[in-house]
Design a protein around this ligand. Structure first.
Ligand code: SAM
Length: 283
């Protein structure tokens, strides 16, 4: 069995296959042997679970997930990697590789086909260039997964796990807080990767909840309001939330009724404030 976190082994596999890292695809592979077992342990509650992985690379995390779960389906965009994975993961019969773009695939359909009536978690060392859009997709599509355990750059982890109503919050923070309970699990230094990126990373866990869904009828419309207001985060909400067709007068009246000062910034509003404003004038 290959030791996929041993740097000499990895280099030999890559050399044998004439593989060179693609910066554009965010290819930084894990070489610290402690990281993937720790991540898999944190992601998988018990051996009855299925796992959807995004971006298996040469399979270092995939292998640890497969050891601890019923089966793993991994989506890899780079068509040079599936033949390598066939070799590196040949000792496992519970792994399926799908070549495709995780941003474009119909994940609900894929989950229905690959994990029918199964308990599911999603786990990935995410390519940093698609962190936000991919997390938004995983959240917004209401997938039947219990949790998402992902490694992201430290700065992204700070934003994703921030509290709504604080300076670190962004539109993606609101989405995470709306759909999940977010927590930081552990820090991963940049030296844990080959090639080593410029910044450190962090593993985070998003436990999916339905708590907010009863409050908002049209989630896409709600997040459109949130996103638009966050593009003007330095302005007061009497400006940033003045989004047509809502008029200044309607907004001022609604903020007065809700006891929310128009001089506040969007990043200072709580989730309840955002839901109240939306339901009062945007819904
Ligand atoms: N899981 C491996 C590890 O931890 O060493 C590799 C992680 S590397 C940071 C990200 C992986 O995601 C690469 O294998 C890359 O080719 C793949 N990838 C990039 N964009 C993708 C996309 N849109 N859909 C699926 N996989 C993608």
């Amino acid at each position: 069995m290959y030791n996929l976190s041993d740097i000499t082994t990895i280099k030999a596999i890559l050399k044998k296959n004439g593989f060179s890292f693609s910066k554009a695809l965010g290819q930084n592979f894990i070489i610290d042997p402690t990281v993937c077992p720790q991540m898999a342990e944190a992601a998988i509650p018990d051996a009855g679970y299925g796992v959807l992985e995004i971006g298996p690379g040469i399979g270092v995390l995939t292998k640890e997930l497969a050891k601890r779960s019923k089966h793993v389906v991994a989506i890899e965009l780079d068509d040079r990697l599936p033949p390598i994975l066939q070799e590196t993961l040949k000792d496992f019969d519970n792994i399926k590789i799908i070549q495709g773009d995780a941003l474009k695939l119909d994940l609900n359909q894929l989950i229905k086909e690959e994990f029918p009536n199964e308990k599911l978690v999603i786990c990935a060392n995410l390519p940093y260039y698609i962190t936000s859009p991919l997390i938004m997709k995983l959240l917004e599509e209401n997938l039947s997964a219990e949790a998402i355990v992902v490694m992201v750059q430290k700065e992204a982890a700070d934003r994703l796990c921030a509290d709504v109503g604080t300076r670190q919050a962004g539109a993606v923070t609101v989405a995470v807080n709306y759909y999940a309970k977010a927590e930081k699990l552990f820090f991963v230094p940049k030296t844990a990767f080959l090639p080593s990126p410029k910044v450190d990373s962090e593993v985070i866990k998003l436990t999916l909840t339905n708590d907010n869904k009863k409050d908002i009828e049209d989630e896409a419309k709600f997040f459109q309001m949130v996103q638009t207001a966050f593009t003007k985060r330095r302005k007061t909400i009497s400006n940033s939330l003045c989004i047509p067709p809502v008029t200044k007068e309607q907004l001022t009246q609604a903020l007065n009724d809700l006891n929310i000062p128009g001089t506040a910034r969007i990043e200072e509003l709580t989730m309840q404030n955002l839901k109240d404003i939306y339901n009062r004038i945007f819904a």
